[in-house]
Ligand binder design. Sequence first.
Ligand SMILES: Nc1ncnc2c1ncn2[C@@H]1O[C@H](COP(=O)(O)OP(=O)(O)OP(=O)(O)O)[C@@H](O)[C@H]1O
Ligand SMILES: [Mg+2]
Length: 435
Amino acid sequence: MSKLRGNPEAFEGLTSVMSLAQMRSVVRAEEKKIALWSGAVSAGKTFVSLWAFLMAIMEAPKGGNIIIVGRTLDTVYTNVFVLLQNPEIFGELTKYVSYTRGAKTATILGRTVFLYGANDASSETKIRGSTVGLAYVDEVTILPEGFWDMLMTRLRVAGARVLATTNPGSKNHWLRKKWILKAEKKNLIHFPFTMDDNPSLKPGYIADMKAQFAGVFYDRFIRGLWTNAEGAVYNSWDEKKHMIRWQDMPPIARVLALGADYGTTNTTAALLLGITAEERPRLVLMDEWSYSSKKHHGHTLSDAQLSARLLEWLDGTEHSPHGQVIPEMLILDPSAASLRAQLAESGRNTWPAHNRVDKGIALVASLLSAGVLLITDRCEGVLEEITEYSWDPKATEAGEDKVEKVDDHFMDAMRYAIYTTRSTWLPYLRYALAA
Ligand SMILES: Nc1ncnc2c1ncn2[C@@H]1O[C@H](COP(=O)(O)OP(=O)(O)OP(=O)(O)O)[C@@H](O)[C@H]1O
Ligand SMILES: [Mg+2]
């Protein structure tokens, strides 16, 4: 630290200049014990809060630990350290940041920093008993409330502080109701940000981002508002725009995946996801298979039978009017371990689906809103569910985003196929989504 102060070159070579709102927030953050930046994506919240964090590290009380908290160590790496170690942003200061991806500690400005992932209710035990002098918290709204509450009890040295960023959530979210709305009492200062507060965004970028989000996600991630998720999840669904006849399917460049949701008494639903060979490629849900015991007088199938029937359909049916189709990946419900094992026995390699419900839904919603997801009339289950798929008003009351527990097997299969393969298809769809 003293090394840094006596070394003015550390501040040289920086290309970043803060906006007024950013600068003001760095200064004012010091007024309160807790500083919270909330708002739109790419609004510069992480950037500016990390500046505030670096400054706070220099002043942090010696009697407590410095910690960084995120959903997982991996998200801490991608959301925090990628920025912190970028010399274009932090210049020579990056030399004072030493971290190896996956490690549980880092060294920043000569101080040891402890890293925590807090993704379930039991995570709070990780910091129980410790004393925290300074905490940086990433994505607060998706951390368990119990972890946040536990963190507050750990700030028991004089001068202990918390800096946190998040995208907004529902109006009833605990962070809004119990902390933001009671800011004065809680010794908290809140900075709401939008993309206009980030001076580095190139012209056109904001417009591109706007095209990526729809409905409640637009209000939260673009407008930076705390809003409830209500009504239909895919409210931009339009049969005329999104549904095509199977025989009218455009030529397919790649069949990206078979995505499947697994049930024993519930429906097992499988969908084929392709990407068109058009100049402006689109995603297509090409074909669908399912088995439901309810539709067979309660008769359930063993994993071996399910696997055999699924493969018989996959290998033995024409899924595209343009010729043979072999999916590049078989993506299965992460809880379908037994079916995965069965498919492995048949020589089929499968992948567990990435199951981030919120992110998966947001991605599908944005594809629909951009008009780049087509669904053929063979996907009857999808067509049946997509209009019924709704946010649960009870969960909304509790400040959570949950979909109503009705039949959603095809919705899950769709999400698995699309979200898990996103890094493969995003480059083709950048023209529409600009991620
Ligand atoms: N003043 C600035 N000068 C240069 N680059 C900036 C500035 N503010 C933000 N940026 C850059 O803009 C990008 C988006 O900013 P940042 O990651 O802080 O946004 P965010 O609000 O945390 O978004 P998200 O909600 O998506 O996490 C980053 O690459 C960041 O380095
Ligand atoms: Mg951020």
